[in-house]
Design a protein around this ligand. Structure first.
Ligand SMILES: Nc1ncnc2c1ncn2[C@@H]1O[C@H](COP(=O)(O)OP(=O)(O)O)[C@@H](O)[C@H]1O
Ligand SMILES: [Mg+2]
Length: 519
């Protein structure tokens, strides 16, 4: 038996179902999104569930009418004015001491807003990795931070929390009035959705993809929704519901001529206020000399790190018997040549040329459109689940290997978006193969374009393979075989476990490369 939440009379939902969830609340302005979000926050606060709310319009401070919530940032209702310097400390206080926080960013410039959120969410992500306890982040006007088709560090961070936070207990509530402008991957992965009224055709199309109804039905049902009504989706459950009104003061309510009385607000524990104030003082404006001293220290640290890297590379080269080591530079050779370019030695040379031969044999057979012989199973598993702990242990790989991975990814990142999307799709869905028609549907690109302009570079290098089937050409990931071949030169310094780690890492990083939109 769970802990029931009072969100709507039409809905039986338990607190436990919220843990680690990605929840999306969509709808036009005035449809009741902020009220719905506010009701969910009220229910969570009622059960002491720790949370942060990214508040762009200063409309959530009213939660303090009933609950001890810390409102920080820059805006009318804030208790403590803070800037980006304290973001990390506030995140720490919030998650470690379970203090609910409203980040009122209404008084920030957009650049400052994004800097603040980057620092705040990075700290939350890292701390959640250690603490692994339930925590949720609500984000208003989410299309501004996770816009469809644009890649930013902040977007990557929020998407990561929304899509992969569950393991750390992290959940996200994504609120937006521009459904069509929110990153599709996040919406399609949301476990729970509250779809309020929309009117624009583009938003209706997004709803059409989320709801298993005919287009005309979607339009008919959605346009008939009134303020506070929405369609609730949770897995197989699809339910029209009316969300109750907020119990606490809703500062974002539609203005009327009635006189508004701002309620009396509760204060958070004085010790919390003092902790944040202390963090603020510690981060106050530094003198110019201190600033320069700090910068000098940073540069010295970078230099020391570089010296260390060079020493490690030289050591690796000696250990592996290489004669020549090329320090990575931005102008890199083609991917096909990377194996050859890195090393030249009696033994290494043999391996490299063998690798090159096997690569060209794959590309030859693909070019002539012959079916590719099944790849011999490597002694590790490409798997479908990306384990965060495992990725963290990437650091255990030799420096040279990590750099090799970086080079491959940066090389791949420079290829065209369509090629990257095909690669991303293939590696994310390994080991299944998909027809050009299926891939075209996923990438949103005409089938003919993929047929006329296949991802040659990735095929040539053997990252993906193309096979002819009865229903036409298919693509599938060949990452395992690629990794075995490409990183074979590091044997015996690395074994099956390392190869597995490399494949996991490449898989995650290459899958991300496909997330920009095709224009
Ligand atoms: N479930 C509801 N019941 C009654 N009034 C509501 C409900 N949801 C929203 N409202 C009212 O409708 C107006 C708009 O709601 P709001 O949540 O701010 O919309 P949005 O965030 O979608 O722009 C507000 O005045 C609010 O008080
Ligand atoms: Mg709103």
């Amino acid at each position: 038996m769970g802990t029931p939440l009072n969100i709507s009379n039409d809905l039986a939902l338990d607190l436990e179902q919220i843990i680690g969830q990605c929840i999306a609340i969509l709808g036009i302005r005035g449809s009741g999104k902020s009220n719905t979000a506010g009701v969910i926050f009220e229910e969570l606060l009622k059960h002491n569930y720790p949370l942060s709310i990214v508040d762009i319009d200063g409309e959530y401070f009213g939660l303090k009418e009933r609950y001890e919530v810390l409102v920080v940032g820059q805006g009318k209702g804030v208790e403590i004015e803070v800037d980006v310097d304290c973001a990390e400390e506030i995140a720490q206080v919030s998650i470690e001491k379970s203090v609910p926080v409203v980040l009122d960013l209404s008084g920030f410039l957009s650049e400052e807003r994004s800097e603040f959120l980057k620092a705040y969410l990075t700290a939350l992500w890292n701390l959640a990795g250690k603490l692994r306890r339930p925590y949720i982040i609500g984000i208003e006007e989410a299309h501004e931070f996770i816009p469809q088709g644009v890649r930013t560090k902040l977007k990557e961070l929020i998407s990561r929390i929304a899509l992969r936070g569950r393991k750390r207990g992290l959940g996200a509530i994504i609120i937006s009035q521009r459904s069509a402008k929110v990153e599709k991957d996040v919406l399609s992965q949301a476990g729970m959705l509250f779809l309020h009224r929309v009117v624009h055709e583009a938003d209706m199309r997004v709803y059409g993809e989320l709801l298993p109804w005919r287009k005309s039905e979607v339009k008919e049902i959605i346009t008939a929704l009134e303020t506070g009504d929405c369609v609730y989706i949770n897995g197989e459950t699809i339910l029209p519901i009316y969300v109750r009104e907020r119990e606490t003061f809703h500062a974002g309510f539609t203005p009327s001529l009635e006189v508004v009385v701002t309620p009396e607000l509760r204060q958070v524990n004085q010790s919390i206020i003092e902790a944040v104030e202390r963090a603020k003082v510690g981060k106050g404006k530094k003198s110019r000399i201190e600033e320069l001293r700090g910068r000098l220290e940073q540069l010295e640290a970078v230099l020391a790190e570089k010296d260390k890297t060079i020493a490690e590379l030289e050591e690796a080269a000696r250990t592996l018997g290489y004669i020549k080591v090329e320090i990575p530079s931005p102008s890199l050779p083609n991917m096909q040549d990377i194996s050859k370019a890195i090393v030249h030695s009696a033994e290494g040379g043999k391996v490299a040329s063998r690798a090159a031969r096997s690569m060209s044999s794959v590309s030859d057979s693909v070019a002539t459109r012959e079916p590719v012989a099944p790849v011999i199973e490597a002694p590790f598993d490409e798997g479908n689940v990306i384990d965060i702990d495992e990725l963290d242990s990437m650091n255990s790989l030799p420096q040279a290997v990590r750099r090799h991975i970086d080079r491959l990814v940066s090389r791949a990142a420079k290829k065209g978006i369509l090629d990257r999307r095909i690669l991303a799709f293939a590696v994310a869905h390994a080991p299944t193969s998909y027809s050009v028609r299926q891939i075209a549907a996923w990438t949103g690109c005409a089938q003919g374009v993929i047929e006329d302009d296949p991802p040659r570079d990735f095929l040539d290098v053997g990252l993906i393979v193309r096979e002819r089937r009865s229903d036409g050409l298919h693509y599938r990931s060949n990452l395992k075989a690629f990794v075995t071949r490409e990183f074979g030169i590091y044997k015996p310094d690395i074994g099956a476990r390392e190869l597995h780690l490399i494949a996991q890492c490449l898989r995650t990083r290459l899958a991300v490369l496909g997330s920009a939109v095709i224009r």
